[in-house]
Design a protein around this ligand. Structure first.
Ligand SMILES: [Zn+2]
Length: 126
């Protein structure tokens, strides 16, 4: 024991988890799923609560990050160019929805689109 874990990503939807998990495992990296809110590691219960973290061994961290960067999709503006963060100028943003209310969960298109910079974490409105 004493093995250190690194949390690579967290997902709201089990389908997204399966894509990344399958890709990492196909590269020979062991993957562990943890519930976002509890210590329960049963992915079925986790998906009911919402929020699953993907963890890898710390020694696999760099390789896992490279694979994740490869398959994840960054946000593009309406011209098809990567969204540039106004704070750090990184071109690694993702579409960010708060979806706090049930209304926005049911009708996410009513919420204004924002972008979250994956480099510095800044949330911007276009
Ligand atoms: Zn930034």
């Amino acid at each position: 024991m004493g093995e250190r874990f690194y949390t690579l990503a967290s997902f709201e939807y089990p389908a997204d988890v399966q894509v990344l998990k399958g890709k990492l495992e196909s590269e020979g990296i062991p993957v562990f799923l943890k519930d976002e809110n509890t210590l329960n590691s049963d992915p079925l219960i986790s998906s009911a609560i919402g929020g699953v973290r993907i963890q890898v061994y710390s020694r696999d961290k760099e390789m896992a990050k490279a694979i994740y960067d490869e398959i994840r999709s960054y946000a593009l503006d309406k011209n098809g160019n990567p969204v540039v963060c106004p704070n750090c100028k990184a071109q690694k943003s993702e579409v960010y929805y708060q979806r706090k209310s049930l209304f926005h969960k049911l009708f996410p298109f009513f919420e204004k689109r924002k972008y979250k910079c994956l480099n510095c974490g800044m949330i911007t409105k276009p």
